[in-house]
Design a protein around this ligand. Structure first.
Ligand SMILES: NC(=O)c1ccc[n+]([C@@H]2O[C@H](COP(=O)([O-])OP(=O)(O)OC[C@H]3O[C@@H](n4cnc5c(N)ncnc54)[C@H](O)[C@@H]3O)[C@@H](O)[C@H]2O)c1
Ligand SMILES: O=C(O)[C@H](O)COP(=O)(O)O
Length: 312
Protein backbone atom coordinates (compact mmCIF):
# COMPACT_ATOMS: atom_id res chain seq x y z
CA UNK A 1 0.00 0.00 0.00
CA UNK A 2 1.20 3.49 -0.86
CA UNK A 3 0.86 6.16 1.80
CA UNK A 4 1.20 9.90 1.21
CA UNK A 5 2.34 12.04 4.18
CA UNK A 6 1.24 15.67 3.88
CA UNK A 7 2.88 16.96 7.06
CA UNK A 8 6.12 16.33 8.87
CA UNK A 9 5.69 13.99 11.84
CA UNK A 10 7.82 11.95 14.20
CA UNK A 11 9.97 9.46 12.19
CA UNK A 12 8.53 6.55 14.22
CA UNK A 13 5.44 6.75 11.97
CA UNK A 14 7.24 6.08 8.69
CA UNK A 15 9.54 3.59 10.38
CA UNK A 16 6.62 1.54 11.76
CA UNK A 17 4.66 1.67 8.50
CA UNK A 18 7.74 0.70 6.46
CA UNK A 19 8.39 -2.26 8.76
CA UNK A 20 4.92 -3.54 7.83
CA UNK A 21 5.54 -3.13 4.09
CA UNK A 22 3.79 0.20 3.47
CA UNK A 23 5.48 2.41 0.85
CA UNK A 24 5.78 5.97 2.16
CA UNK A 25 6.03 9.21 0.19
CA UNK A 26 6.21 12.71 1.68
CA UNK A 27 4.93 15.97 0.23
CA UNK A 28 5.00 18.71 2.84
CA UNK A 29 4.82 21.68 0.50
CA UNK A 30 2.46 21.19 -2.44
CA UNK A 31 -0.86 23.00 -2.40
CA UNK A 32 -4.18 21.19 -2.09
CA UNK A 33 -4.77 21.66 -5.84
CA UNK A 34 -1.36 20.18 -6.67
CA UNK A 35 -1.89 17.18 -4.39
CA UNK A 36 -5.33 16.59 -5.94
CA UNK A 37 -3.58 15.89 -9.26
CA UNK A 38 -1.66 12.90 -7.87
CA UNK A 39 -3.69 11.69 -4.89
CA UNK A 40 -5.33 8.95 -6.99
CA UNK A 41 -2.08 6.93 -6.68
CA UNK A 42 -2.36 6.50 -2.93
CA UNK A 43 -4.10 4.00 -0.65
CA UNK A 44 -3.49 5.98 2.51
CA UNK A 45 -3.06 9.59 3.56
CA UNK A 46 -1.45 11.06 6.70
CA UNK A 47 -2.49 14.62 7.55
CA UNK A 48 -2.34 17.25 10.27
CA UNK A 49 -4.31 20.31 9.21
CA UNK A 50 -2.32 22.03 6.45
CA UNK A 51 -5.39 22.20 4.20
CA UNK A 52 -8.95 20.86 4.41
CA UNK A 53 -9.59 17.37 3.13
CA UNK A 54 -12.90 18.31 1.55
CA UNK A 55 -15.31 16.68 -0.88
CA UNK A 56 -13.41 17.86 -4.00
CA UNK A 57 -10.20 16.40 -2.65
CA UNK A 58 -11.78 13.10 -1.56
CA UNK A 59 -13.51 12.57 -4.90
CA UNK A 60 -10.11 12.76 -6.61
CA UNK A 61 -8.63 10.25 -4.15
CA UNK A 62 -10.13 7.32 -6.04
CA UNK A 63 -8.03 4.61 -4.39
CA UNK A 64 -7.88 6.00 -0.88
CA UNK A 65 -8.71 3.48 1.86
CA UNK A 66 -7.72 5.40 4.98
CA UNK A 67 -6.75 8.78 6.37
CA UNK A 68 -4.67 9.09 9.54
CA UNK A 69 -5.09 12.44 11.29
CA UNK A 70 -2.07 13.24 13.47
CA UNK A 71 -4.15 14.94 16.13
CA UNK A 72 -7.56 14.80 17.77
CA UNK A 73 -9.80 17.30 15.96
CA UNK A 74 -11.32 15.99 12.74
CA UNK A 75 -13.17 19.08 11.53
CA UNK A 76 -10.65 19.53 8.71
CA UNK A 77 -11.81 16.28 7.10
CA UNK A 78 -15.21 15.87 5.41
CA UNK A 79 -16.06 12.74 7.39
CA UNK A 80 -19.47 12.27 5.78
CA UNK A 81 -18.05 12.14 2.25
CA UNK A 82 -15.16 9.96 3.41
CA UNK A 83 -17.58 7.49 4.95
CA UNK A 84 -19.75 7.43 1.78
CA UNK A 85 -16.63 6.70 -0.26
CA UNK A 86 -15.58 3.91 2.13
CA UNK A 87 -12.53 5.80 3.39
CA UNK A 88 -11.81 5.08 7.06
CA UNK A 89 -10.53 8.01 9.16
CA UNK A 90 -8.37 7.58 12.24
CA UNK A 91 -7.44 10.27 14.76
CA UNK A 92 -5.07 10.03 17.69
CA UNK A 93 -6.45 11.76 20.80
CA UNK A 94 -4.73 9.12 22.94
CA UNK A 95 -1.47 10.69 21.79
CA UNK A 96 -2.06 14.28 22.94
CA UNK A 97 -4.69 14.17 25.69
CA UNK A 98 -2.10 14.20 28.46
CA UNK A 99 -0.40 17.20 26.85
CA UNK A 100 -3.71 19.09 26.68
CA UNK A 101 -4.50 18.18 30.31
CA UNK A 102 -1.14 19.55 31.43
CA UNK A 103 -1.37 22.68 29.25
CA UNK A 104 -4.85 23.46 30.58
CA UNK A 105 -3.53 23.09 34.13
CA UNK A 106 -0.57 25.30 33.23
CA UNK A 107 -2.92 27.99 31.88
CA UNK A 108 -5.01 27.81 35.07
CA UNK A 109 -2.05 28.10 37.45
CA UNK A 110 -0.39 30.83 35.38
CA UNK A 111 -3.61 32.87 35.25
CA UNK A 112 -4.38 32.44 38.96
CA UNK A 113 -0.80 33.40 39.92
CA UNK A 114 -0.38 36.11 37.24
CA UNK A 115 2.89 34.44 36.26
CA UNK A 116 3.04 35.94 32.77
CA UNK A 117 2.74 39.56 33.90
CA UNK A 118 4.78 39.07 37.07
CA UNK A 119 7.64 37.69 34.99
CA UNK A 120 7.41 40.58 32.54
CA UNK A 121 7.37 43.16 35.35
CA UNK A 122 10.36 41.70 37.23
CA UNK A 123 12.38 41.62 34.00
CA UNK A 124 11.57 45.31 33.66
CA UNK A 125 12.73 46.11 37.18
CA UNK A 126 9.30 46.30 38.79
CA UNK A 127 8.88 44.62 42.18
CA UNK A 128 5.10 44.89 42.68
CA UNK A 129 4.21 42.29 45.29
CA UNK A 130 0.67 43.42 46.14
CA UNK A 131 -0.41 43.74 42.48
CA UNK A 132 0.84 40.21 41.86
CA UNK A 133 -1.05 38.55 44.72
CA UNK A 134 -2.50 35.34 43.24
CA UNK A 135 -5.54 33.21 44.00
CA UNK A 136 -5.65 29.49 44.77
CA UNK A 137 -7.30 26.57 42.99
CA UNK A 138 -8.13 25.07 46.38
CA UNK A 139 -11.87 25.39 47.03
CA UNK A 140 -12.78 26.58 43.53
CA UNK A 141 -15.25 24.96 41.16
CA UNK A 142 -13.79 24.11 37.76
CA UNK A 143 -16.42 23.61 35.05
CA UNK A 144 -15.52 21.71 31.91
CA UNK A 145 -17.61 21.61 28.74
CA UNK A 146 -16.86 18.40 26.84
CA UNK A 147 -15.83 15.33 28.82
CA UNK A 148 -14.03 13.18 26.28
CA UNK A 149 -10.29 12.54 26.01
CA UNK A 150 -9.20 16.12 26.71
CA UNK A 151 -11.76 17.04 29.39
CA UNK A 152 -11.04 13.82 31.28
CA UNK A 153 -7.29 14.38 31.07
CA UNK A 154 -7.65 17.86 32.62
CA UNK A 155 -9.98 16.55 35.37
CA UNK A 156 -7.38 13.90 36.22
CA UNK A 157 -4.67 16.56 36.55
CA UNK A 158 -6.91 18.55 38.91
CA UNK A 159 -7.06 15.66 41.37
CA UNK A 160 -5.17 16.67 44.48
CA UNK A 161 -6.00 20.39 44.20
CA UNK A 162 -8.98 20.13 46.59
CA UNK A 163 -11.21 21.78 44.04
CA UNK A 164 -14.60 20.65 42.77
CA UNK A 165 -14.62 19.52 39.13
CA UNK A 166 -17.94 19.50 37.27
CA UNK A 167 -18.62 19.01 33.59
CA UNK A 168 -21.36 19.36 31.02
CA UNK A 169 -21.47 17.05 28.00
CA UNK A 170 -24.14 16.25 25.41
CA UNK A 171 -23.69 12.57 26.27
CA UNK A 172 -25.05 11.33 29.59
CA UNK A 173 -23.56 8.85 32.05
CA UNK A 174 -19.95 10.06 31.78
CA UNK A 175 -19.39 10.75 35.50
CA UNK A 176 -16.23 9.21 37.00
CA UNK A 177 -14.15 9.54 40.17
CA UNK A 178 -12.59 12.81 38.95
CA UNK A 179 -15.67 14.90 38.07
CA UNK A 180 -19.46 15.12 38.38
CA UNK A 181 -21.78 15.61 35.44
CA UNK A 182 -24.15 18.59 35.64
CA UNK A 183 -26.45 20.45 33.28
CA UNK A 184 -25.12 23.50 31.46
CA UNK A 185 -27.28 25.70 33.69
CA UNK A 186 -25.84 24.10 36.85
CA UNK A 187 -22.33 24.60 35.50
CA UNK A 188 -23.10 28.26 34.81
CA UNK A 189 -24.44 28.64 38.38
CA UNK A 190 -21.43 27.06 40.09
CA UNK A 191 -18.24 27.49 38.08
CA UNK A 192 -15.33 29.78 38.99
CA UNK A 193 -13.46 28.56 35.91
CA UNK A 194 -14.77 27.41 32.55
CA UNK A 195 -12.52 25.19 30.44
CA UNK A 196 -13.58 24.17 26.93
CA UNK A 197 -12.92 20.64 25.62
CA UNK A 198 -15.43 20.29 22.79
CA UNK A 199 -14.83 19.58 19.10
CA UNK A 200 -15.60 22.21 16.47
CA UNK A 201 -19.18 21.57 15.34
CA UNK A 202 -22.16 23.67 14.28
CA UNK A 203 -23.23 23.64 17.95
CA UNK A 204 -19.92 24.76 19.40
CA UNK A 205 -19.02 27.48 16.89
CA UNK A 206 -19.82 30.74 18.69
CA UNK A 207 -20.97 28.85 21.81
CA UNK A 208 -19.24 31.28 24.19
CA UNK A 209 -21.10 34.46 23.29
CA UNK A 210 -22.59 37.37 25.25
CA UNK A 211 -25.73 35.52 26.42
CA UNK A 212 -23.76 32.42 27.35
CA UNK A 213 -21.25 34.48 29.37
CA UNK A 214 -23.93 36.50 31.12
CA UNK A 215 -25.70 33.30 32.21
CA UNK A 216 -22.83 32.60 34.64
CA UNK A 217 -23.77 33.45 38.23
CA UNK A 218 -20.22 34.49 39.20
CA UNK A 219 -17.41 36.28 37.42
CA UNK A 220 -15.21 33.48 36.07
CA UNK A 221 -11.96 32.59 34.33
CA UNK A 222 -11.99 31.07 30.82
CA UNK A 223 -9.56 28.51 29.46
CA UNK A 224 -9.79 27.47 25.82
CA UNK A 225 -7.56 24.69 24.53
CA UNK A 226 -10.32 23.34 22.25
CA UNK A 227 -11.02 25.42 19.15
CA UNK A 228 -10.84 29.19 18.70
CA UNK A 229 -14.19 29.46 16.92
CA UNK A 230 -15.99 28.33 20.10
CA UNK A 231 -15.48 31.82 21.54
CA UNK A 232 -16.73 35.10 20.07
CA UNK A 233 -13.68 37.27 20.70
CA UNK A 234 -15.69 40.50 20.65
CA UNK A 235 -17.92 39.20 23.47
CA UNK A 236 -14.93 37.86 25.40
CA UNK A 237 -13.24 41.27 25.24
CA UNK A 238 -16.41 42.99 26.46
CA UNK A 239 -16.70 40.51 29.33
CA UNK A 240 -13.02 40.98 30.25
CA UNK A 241 -13.49 44.74 30.14
CA UNK A 242 -16.53 44.67 32.45
CA UNK A 243 -14.92 41.99 34.68
CA UNK A 244 -17.58 39.34 34.06
CA UNK A 245 -14.62 37.28 32.87
CA UNK A 246 -11.64 37.76 35.21
CA UNK A 247 -8.98 36.31 32.94
CA UNK A 248 -8.54 34.07 29.92
CA UNK A 249 -6.00 31.43 28.92
CA UNK A 250 -6.26 30.84 25.18
CA UNK A 251 -4.28 28.26 23.21
CA UNK A 252 -6.56 28.73 20.21
CA UNK A 253 -7.97 31.84 18.53
CA UNK A 254 -11.12 32.65 16.63
CA UNK A 255 -9.02 34.16 13.83
CA UNK A 256 -6.57 31.29 13.60
CA UNK A 257 -5.28 30.01 10.27
CA UNK A 258 -3.42 26.75 9.71
CA UNK A 259 -0.21 28.73 9.21
CA UNK A 260 0.91 32.31 9.75
CA UNK A 261 4.26 33.92 9.31
CA UNK A 262 3.00 36.61 11.65
CA UNK A 263 -0.35 37.15 13.34
CA UNK A 264 -0.15 40.68 12.01
CA UNK A 265 0.59 39.92 8.36
CA UNK A 266 -1.42 42.17 6.03
CA UNK A 267 -2.96 43.74 9.15
CA UNK A 268 -6.02 41.46 8.85
CA UNK A 269 -6.64 40.93 12.56
CA UNK A 270 -9.83 42.64 13.73
CA UNK A 271 -9.82 45.37 16.34
CA UNK A 272 -11.20 43.08 19.08
CA UNK A 273 -8.19 40.80 18.67
CA UNK A 274 -5.82 43.76 19.04
CA UNK A 275 -7.68 44.74 22.21
CA UNK A 276 -7.57 41.16 23.52
CA UNK A 277 -3.80 40.92 23.23
CA UNK A 278 -3.34 44.23 25.03
CA UNK A 279 -5.07 42.87 28.15
CA UNK A 280 -2.86 41.84 31.06
CA UNK A 281 -5.21 39.14 32.32
CA UNK A 282 -4.99 37.17 29.08
CA UNK A 283 -2.43 34.42 28.43
CA UNK A 284 -1.96 33.20 24.88
CA UNK A 285 -0.17 30.27 23.28
CA UNK A 286 0.03 29.42 19.56
CA UNK A 287 -2.11 26.24 19.43
CA UNK A 288 0.49 24.02 21.08
CA UNK A 289 -1.47 22.47 23.97
CA UNK A 290 -1.45 19.09 22.26
CA UNK A 291 1.93 19.42 20.60
CA UNK A 292 4.64 18.56 23.12
CA UNK A 293 7.91 16.71 22.50
CA UNK A 294 6.26 13.60 23.94
CA UNK A 295 2.95 13.93 22.12
CA UNK A 296 4.70 14.28 18.75
CA UNK A 297 6.01 10.75 19.28
CA UNK A 298 2.79 9.39 20.81
CA UNK A 299 0.53 10.80 18.07
CA UNK A 300 2.69 9.18 15.38
CA UNK A 301 2.81 5.88 17.22
CA UNK A 302 -0.96 5.79 17.83
CA UNK A 303 -1.75 6.44 14.14
CA UNK A 304 0.83 3.90 12.94
CA UNK A 305 -0.63 1.25 15.26
CA UNK A 306 -4.22 1.94 14.15
CA UNK A 307 -3.27 1.71 10.47
CA UNK A 308 -1.18 -1.42 10.90
CA UNK A 309 -3.95 -3.11 12.94
CA UNK A 310 -6.61 -2.43 10.33
CA UNK A 311 -4.69 -2.37 7.04
CA UNK A 312 -1.36 -4.09 7.71
N1 LIG B 1 -5.20 22.81 21.46
C1 LIG B 1 -4.81 21.62 21.07
O1 LIG B 1 -3.65 21.42 20.76
C2 LIG B 1 -5.81 20.49 21.02
C3 LIG B 1 -5.32 19.18 21.12
C4 LIG B 1 -6.23 18.13 21.09
C5 LIG B 1 -7.59 18.39 20.95
N2 LIG B 1 -8.01 19.67 20.83
C6 LIG B 1 -9.45 19.95 20.67
O2 LIG B 1 -10.16 19.28 21.69
C7 LIG B 1 -11.31 18.69 21.09
C8 LIG B 1 -11.82 17.57 21.95
O3 LIG B 1 -10.99 16.45 21.81
P1 LIG B 1 -11.38 15.08 22.50
O4 LIG B 1 -10.40 14.07 22.01
O5 LIG B 1 -11.56 15.28 23.96
O6 LIG B 1 -12.78 14.79 21.82
P2 LIG B 1 -13.83 13.71 22.32
O7 LIG B 1 -14.69 13.41 21.17
O8 LIG B 1 -13.15 12.60 23.04
O9 LIG B 1 -14.66 14.53 23.42
C9 LIG B 1 -15.43 15.65 23.12
C10 LIG B 1 -16.65 15.63 24.02
O10 LIG B 1 -17.38 16.84 23.79
C11 LIG B 1 -18.76 16.53 23.82
N3 LIG B 1 -19.49 17.56 23.10
C12 LIG B 1 -19.54 17.78 21.77
N4 LIG B 1 -20.30 18.87 21.51
C13 LIG B 1 -20.73 19.33 22.70
C14 LIG B 1 -21.55 20.43 23.08
N5 LIG B 1 -22.07 21.26 22.18
N6 LIG B 1 -21.80 20.60 24.40
C15 LIG B 1 -21.30 19.75 25.32
N7 LIG B 1 -20.51 18.69 25.01
C16 LIG B 1 -20.23 18.50 23.72
C17 LIG B 1 -18.86 15.15 23.18
O11 LIG B 1 -20.05 14.50 23.54
C18 LIG B 1 -17.60 14.47 23.73
O12 LIG B 1 -17.86 13.75 24.91
C19 LIG B 1 -10.83 18.28 19.71
O13 LIG B 1 -11.90 18.08 18.82
C20 LIG B 1 -9.98 19.45 19.33
O14 LIG B 1 -10.80 20.43 18.75
C21 LIG B 1 -7.15 20.72 20.87
O1 LIG C 1 -6.70 18.56 17.31
C1 LIG C 1 -5.55 18.45 17.71
O2 LIG C 1 -5.01 17.38 18.00
C2 LIG C 1 -4.72 19.70 17.91
O3 LIG C 1 -5.53 20.81 17.92
C3 LIG C 1 -3.61 19.82 16.94
O4 LIG C 1 -4.13 20.24 15.73
P1 LIG C 1 -3.18 20.59 14.48
O5 LIG C 1 -2.68 19.29 13.98
O6 LIG C 1 -4.13 21.25 13.58
O7 LIG C 1 -2.08 21.44 14.97
Amino acid sequence: MKVLHLDENHPILIQKLSDFGFQNECDFNSSKEEVEKTVEQYDGLIVRSRFPIDQTFLKKAKNLKFIGRIGAGLENIDLETASKLGIVCYNAPEGNRNAVGEHSLGMLLALFNKLHTADHEVRNGLWQREENRGIEVDGKTIGLIGYGNMGKAFAKKLKGFDCKVIFHDLKSGLQDENASQVTLEELQQQADVLSLHTPQTDLTIGMVNEDFINAFAKAFYLINTARGKAVITRDLVTALRNKKILGAGLDVLEFEKSSFTSLFENDTMPQEFKELISMKNVILSPHVAGWTIESKYKLAEVIADKIIKNHG
